[in-house]
Design a protein around this ligand. Structure first.
Ligand code: ADP
Length: 815
C-alpha cells in the first residue's frame, strides 16, 4: 500500500466513525442531496482499505460494499467531483455488481469528503437506475451539501476528542479524589483508633442508640462493649436528666456540636462524671448519619473539686463561727470587766482608807491587765483573719503622745525609773491616721520598756524623717536601760507568743503577743519596725510610719459640752441594758449630772418606754434578751420613724460590729468598758444637739402642741354651731371607745382585713375632728403588709395620742 493511502487510512481511522449508529443530521443531509439532485439514491459514506461503509443513506438497503465493487473508489482517485452519466458505457464501473441487471445503476455522481488534513475519508454520492445528469446548479448544491456533511463529521470528531479529553481529565481527577478520600479515610480511622486507645469512644446512630462503644467507655459505665451495642443514650442517664435528652439529640441531629461535663449513671447506679464531646458526622447531603462521642472520666476530679468547695464553705462557716465566738467571748469577758473596772474607779474616787485604796488599785491593775490580754487576743484574731481595719482620721499627735505618756508615767514612777518624751520641733501637730492603734503600739513598746527596766530610764523620741505638702514620715524611738535581749532572741522577738526567756516571762508576766501585734499594726500602716539591744545595757525599739498631713478639725464635742453646760437643759436618756450591774454602773456614773435616766431591761421594754415619753438620747446595749439592740434600733427607726440619737454600748470589740451599728441607723458607739468622760462626751455631743433642735421646734409648735386637734376643721363643718360641734365630739369619743375594743379583738386574732377596714373608717372621723390621721393611714398600710409588730407599735402610739385628744375634747365640751 502506498504511503499516501496509509496516511489517508490513518485519517479515516482518526474519525472513529466506522460502524457507528446512524445520525439524524447526516441522514437529513443525505435526504437533501437526493432531493436537490432529483435522484432516488444518495449516500454519505466512509471508505477504508476494504469497504465503503454507509454512514447515511437514502434509497439503498445495504450498509456497505467492498471497495473494489464501489463506484466511489473512482471519486477518491479523481479527488474531485465525478459524474458518470452513462454507467453502461463507462469502463471503470460498467462491470460492477451495482450496474448489473435491469435495475442496475445508470447514473452516478460523487464528491470526495475531504478532511482538513487534505485526505479524503469518504464520499457523498448520488445514483439512479435511470439515466440522469446534474444541472450546474444541482452540482453546485451537491458539492456544498457534501462539504456540509464533512464539516459535520469533522465537528463530531472534534467534539469527541474534546469529550475524550474531558473524560481523561475527569477520570484523572476522580482517581486523585478517590486517592485523597482513601487517604482521608485512613487518616480518620487512624485518628479514631488513636483517640480510642486513650479515650472513651462511642458511636451513636442519629436516633441515640449506640452502634459501637470502645472498651474504655464501656468500663466507665460498668458494661462491656457488646452489652452497650443497641442501648439508647437515655439508659445511661439518671431519671431526672432524661427529660432534656430529646432536645439534646434534636440539636445534635441539626449538626450542633456539644461538649461539657456530663453526669452519667454507672451500671451500679452510682454517679459518674464525663468530660465529653458529641460530634455529629454529616453525609454527602449534609444529613447527620452518626454521632461520635469522645469522653474522659473526671468523676474523681469533680468529687475532689466538690470536696474542696465544701472544705472552703466549711472554712468560711468556721471563720464566721470563730468571729461570732470571739464576739461572744469579747462580750462575756468585757461586760464583767467593764463592771469591775467602773466600780473600782468609783470606789477609788470615794475611798480614803489607804489599805483599801491599795487593794482597790491592785484590783484595778489586774483588771487593766486582763483587759489588755483580752484585747491582745482579739486583735490577734482580727490580724489573722485580715479583718483589722486602720482608721484614717485627723488627730493631734502631740496630744496622743501626751495621753500615752501620762498613762505610762505612773508605772515608771512606781518603778522609780525616769520616763521622758522628746518631740522634734518639726513634727506637725495634726496628722491623719489611726490614733487608737498608734497609741496601742506606743503603750505596748513603752510598757515593755518600763516592764523590763529596773533602773535608769525609758525614753520616747519622736522625729520627723521627711515631709512634703501632703505626707509626713515619723519615726518613734523607744529606748530603755533595761535587761536587754540576747542576740539569738532578737530575730524571733516579733514572732507570736515569743518571750526571750522563760524565767523572764515568769518574772514579768505577759503573753508574748504584744510585739507581734505591734509589728502587724505598724505594717498595716505601711510602716516598718526594728529592734537593737544589748544584754544588760538596754534596748531600742523604733518604728517609722508615713502619715497624711492633716488640718486642725473643728472640735465638736467640746463645743457641745460647752453649750450644754450653758443651756443647762435636762437630757432625757433611755438606757436599754439587760445587765443589772451595768445598769447600776451607768446610773451611778450619770448621777451627779443633769440627766433624767429611764432604764429598760430589754429592747421590747425600751420601745414601750420610748412610746410613753420623749427622750433626747438612747443608750443601747447590743446583746439583750427578747429584742436585741439591732432589732430595737430597726424598730425605732423604721416603725416609729424616730430620729432620736442612738448610741450603741458595745462590748464587742469587732470593728465589723461597730460598722453594723452605724449601718442600722445608730449614730455612734461606745466600747465597753468606757470611761466616765467618754460617756459624758457622747451624751453632750448627741443629747445636747438634739435638745437644742427640739427647743427650737417646740417654740415654733408651741400652740399646736397645746391643741392636739385642729378645731378649725370642725368649725368649718358646723358653721359655728357649737351644739353640733359638741354632738360631733361626743360621737367621736363614743366611736373611739368602740374602735379600740374592735381593734383589740382584731389584733388578738391577727384579722388584718378588719384592722384595715376599721382603721379606714376611723380615719374619716379623725379628719372631721381635725385630728392627725397619719397613724391611721399607717395602720391601713401595715395591715396590708400583715405586719403585726408594726401595727401594735403604731396602734399604741394612736392610743397614746387619744389619751391627749379625748381629755382635750371633753374639756372643750365643758366650756
Ligand atoms: P509580752 O506580753 O511577753 O511582753 P511582747 O511581745 O511584748 O510580749 O514581748 C515579747 C518578749 O520580748 C518579752 O517577753 C521579752 O522577753 C522581750 N522584750 C520585749 N520588749 C523588751 C524590752 N524593752 N527589753 C527587754 N526585753 C523585751
Amino acid at each position: 500500500m502506498k504511503a499516501k493511502e496509509i496516511d489517508r487510512l490513518k485519517t479515516v481511522l482518526s474519525y472513529n466513525i466506522l460502524d457507528t449508529p446512524a445520525e439524524e443530521d447526516l441522514d437529513k443531509i443525505a435526504e437533501l442531496i437526493a432531493m436537490v439532485c432529483e435522484v432516488p439514491i444518495a449516500i454519505i459514506s466512509i471508505i477504508d482499505d476494504r469497504r465503503q461503509w454507509y454512514k447515511a443513506k437514502v434509497g439503498v438497503d445495504n450498509d456497505e460494499v467492498p471497495v473494489e465493487d464501489s463506484f466511489c473508489q473512482f471519486t477518491l482517485i479523481e479527488d474531485r467531483f465525478l459524474e458518470i452519466t452513462a454507467v453502461q458505457d463507462d469502463e471503470r464501473v460498467k462491470g460492477k455488481p451495482a450496474a448489473q441487471g435491469v435495475d442496475g445503476l445508470k447514473f452516478y455522481a460523487g464528491v470526495p469528503l475531504k478532511a482538513p488534513d487534505g485526505h479524503n475519508i469518504g464520499t457523498a454520492c448520488v445514483a439512479s437506475s435511470k439515466p440522469h445528469k446534474l444541472t450546474e446548479k444541482q452540482k453546485k448544491a451537491f458539492e456544498l451539501l457534501a462539504d456540509q456533511a464533512m464539516t459535520l463529521i469533522d465537528a463530531k470528531r472534534s467534539n469527541q476528542i474534546l469529550g475524550d479529553e474531558l473524560k481523561t481529565i475527569l477520570d484523572r481527577q476522580k482517581s486523585i479524589l478517590k486517592k485523597s478520600i482513601k487517604q482521608k479515610e485512613s487518616e480518620f480511622n487512624a485518628l479514631i483508633q488513636a483517640i480510642s486507645l486513650s479515650n472513651a469512644l462511642v458511636q451513636f446512630n442519629p436516633d441515640g442508640t449506640v452502634f459501637e462503644a470502645n472498651q474504655i467507655f464501656a468500663s466507665y459505665l460498668g458494661f462491656t462493649s457488646e452489652e452497650l451495642r443497641g442501648i439508647h443514650h437515655d439508659e445511661l442517664l439518671f431519671e431526672e436528666d432524661r427529660k432534656n435528652n430529646n432536645a439534646f439529640w434534636e440539636s445534635l441531629n441539626q449538626g450542633n456540636f456539644k461538649s461539657g461535663q456530663m453526669k452519667r449513671k454507672h451500671r451500679s447506679g452510682k454517679e459518674i462524671w464525663l468530660l465529653a464531646t458529641y460530634n455529629p458526622i454529616l453525609d454527602s447531603e449534609g444529613k447527620v448519619f452518626k454521632i461520635i462521642k469522645i469522653a474522659q472520666e473526671i468523676t474523681s476530679s469533680i468529687e475532689s473539686r466538690k470536696a474542696l468547695q465544701k472544705a472552703k464553705d466549711d472554712a468560711i462557716q468556721l471563720n464566721i463561727q470563730k468571729d461570732n465566738f470571739l464576739a461572744n467571748v469579747s462580750h462575756e469577758l468585757r461586760t464583767p470587766l467593764h463592771a469591775i473596772l467602773g466600780f473600782t474607779k468609783l470606789l477609788l474616787e470615794e475611798e480614803t482608807d489607804t489599805i483599801k485604796t491599795e487593794y482597790l488599785n491592785a484590783v484595778k491593775t489586774a483588771g487593766d491587765n486582763l483587759l489588755f490580754t483580752v484585747n491582745d487576743i482579739l486583735d490577734l484574731s482580727k490580724i489573722e483573719s485580715g479583718t483589722i481595719l486602720i482608721e484614717q482620721l485627723e488627730f493631734d499627735i502631740h496630744q496622743l503622745i501626751h495621753e500615752v505618756a501620762s498613762f505610762l508615767k505612773i508605772k515608771a514612777v512606781q518603778k522609780k525609773i525616769s520616763f521622758t518624751v522628746e518631740i522634734d520641733a518639726e513634727v506637725p501637730k495634726w496628722i491623719i491616721g489611726d490614733k487608737n492603734r498608734l497609741g496601742q503600739i506606743l503603750i505596748n513598746l513603752i510598757g515593755n520598756g518600763i516592764k523590763f527596766t529596773d533602773k535608769g530610764y525609758v525614753k520616747l523620741k519622736l522625729e520627723r524623717v521627711r515631709e512634703n505638702t501632703s505626707q509626713v514620715i515619723l519615726k518613734f524611738r523607744i529606748q530603755d536601760t533595761g535587761i536587754g535581749i540576747a542576740l539569738d532572741k532578737l530575730s524571733v522577738i516579733f514572732d507570736r507568743f515569743s518571750q526571750s526567756d522563760e524565767k523572764i516571762s515568769r518574772r514579768f508576766g505577759g503573753t508574748g503577743l504584744g510585739l507581734n501585734i505591734s509589728k502587724s499594726l505598724v505594717e498595716k500602716m505601711d510602716g516598718t519596725i526594728e529592734v537593737s539591744s544589748k544584754v544588760g545595757l538596754g534596748s531600742e525599739f523604733s518604728f517609722t510610719i508615713p502619715f497624711q498631713r492633716g488640718q486642725q478639725p473643728i472640735e465638736k464635742s467640746k463645743e457641745a459640752a460647752v453649750s450644754f453646760t450653758q443651756s443647762k437643759q435636762v437630757i432625757k436618756i433611755l438606757l436599754c441594758e439587760d445587765n443589772e450591774i451595768n445598769q447600776t454602773l451607768v446610773k451611778t456614773l450619770l448621777r451627779p449630772a443633769n440627766f433624767d435616766l429611764v432604764i429598760a431591761s430589754n429592747g421590747e421594754e425600751g420601745i414601750q418606754r420610748f412610746q410613753e415619753m420623749d427622750f433626747d438620747l438612747v443608750l443601747m446595749d447590743i446583746q439583750m434578751p427578747i429584742m436585741d439592740g439591732y432589732q430595737t434600733t430597726i424598730y425605732l427607726r423604721e416603725k416609729l420613724h424616730t430620729q432620736v440619737p442612738i448610741i450603741a454600748l458595745t462590748a464587742n470589740y469587732m470593728l465589723k460590729e461597730k460598722q453594723k451599728c452605724l449601718e442600722l441607723g445608730m449614730n455612734d458607739y461606745l466600747s465597753k468598758p468606757f470611761k466616765k468622760e467618754e460617756l459624758f462626751e457622747k451624751i453632750y455631743l448627741w443629747g445636747d444637739s438634739v435638745n437644742k433642735k427640739q427647743l427650737i421646734t417646740k417654740t415654733e409648735e408651741d400652740q399646736a402642741a397645746e391643741a392636739p386637734v385642729d378645731l378649725n376643721v370642725l368649725k368649718e363643718y358646723s358653721g359655728g354651731d357649737e351644739a353640733f360641734e359638741h354632738e360631733m365630739m361626743q360621737m367621736f369619743i363614743g366611736q373611739v371607745e368602740k374602735w379600740k375594743t374592735a381593734m383589740d379583738n382584731h389584733m388578738a386574732i391577727a384579722d388584718f382585713k378588719n384592722i384595715a377596714d376599721s382603721s379606714h373608717k376611723m380615719k374619716s372621723s379623725f379628719s372631721v375632728l381635725g385630728a392627725d390621721t397619719k397613724d391611721l393611714i399607717n395602720l391601713e398600710d401595715l395591715a396590708e403588709l400583715e405586719d403585726i409588730d408594726g401595727i401594735e407599735a403604731v396602734y399604741s402610739r394612736v392610743k397614746q395620742y387619744l389619751k391627749i385628744v379625748i381629755p382635750f375634747l371633753e374639756n372643750k365640751m365643758k366650756k
